[in-house]
Design a protein around this ligand. Sequence first.
Ligand code: W6P
Length: 387
Amino acid sequence: QSLAHIVDHYAQYPPTGLTMKRIVEFAREGDAQQSFLFLRNELPVRLASMMKEMGHLPPRLLKMPSVKTVNGWYGTSLFDLHSFRHLKPTGEIIKKFTETLQNIRRRHKSVVETLAQGYMEFSDSGKVKEYEESQIQYFLNRFYLSRISIRLLMYQHTMCFGEEVPEHPSHLGFVDPNCFVEDTVKDAFENAQFLCEGYYLVAPSLRLRTINATNPDELISIAYVPSHLYHVMFELFKNAMRATVEYAESQKSSNKLPPITVNIVKAKEDLTIHISDRGGGIPRSKADKIFRYMYSTAPRPVSLTDSQHSGPIPLAGFGYGLPISRLYARYFNGDMQIHSIDGYGTDAYVYLQAVEDQASEWLPICNQAAYEYYSSRKYQSDWTKKK
Ligand code: W6P
């Protein structure tokens, strides 16, 4: 059986999206065998649909060595998983399967950097057309969201039913059924503050307020993936701090840095985290670029010599941090928005589902509509140019 044949087989099925509620229940009541039976089909479905989708990228991009490398990893992993399709779920087989998942996770560790490299190779080797650019943005959002989902499923298996232990005894695999949002937010703030002080010698402080609108006396908690929330908040805080410090310096202001204010509000449907800085804002002409994957500022793959360089780590610019953070927020049916007042400051909003069974996986499906997006070659605006 050829790889192309295997890809076509699995890619004909849509992914089975889970809810946070089901993930939590399964971690509590499920077992390794059920997990094995689900994942040996579900993981190939998700991998194969992204391989199919990769095939619709601009041909010149597909020829780039780094893109081929990533494609190869997907093929190998799909093949590895496919080899379990008819095996009886004995203890030994399940153990092998769990090891395979760990292997796959290691193999795909540097997918983001490697694809970013491919995107740079592409832009270095010729002009990127406007429709190619928009197809690549479309693809990367879908591809990285799919990757987030695949990794979560693998973590849930290896941490709930394999040898790996969750970060905390109360966690269910990679998920915390009672994630105290305030704690994660403070944690992310403190670590961003530490980086900021290392780079600028100063950092803004935090002004935090929480409102539990449904149960005023209770701390705010939801079932969530703590590492995802941390990632999102850390990224937003780094941006807010950098803007605050650099804007104060540019204004030659000797006043105390304005604090970053955070409001966490839990209501019946939404859990909203509002982060506000007074870092001078961003003009509207740049606002639509902050969620773009850029080939110029993309993270260069870390070589041995790079990782040994010492000195202050700059706070991330508009690289891959914000678009990927928005995917984390969207993954369980949440969202992220950023609104700015040029000359004043920026408000970021992170929305999460407050209710476990509303928090359903948001996943790309590889269908006719997606194909049409890739085949609409001639992007033409039906409005006059703003510039
Ligand atoms: C800025 C730009 C930005 C992006 C994301 C979060 C906060 C901020 N502040 O000036």
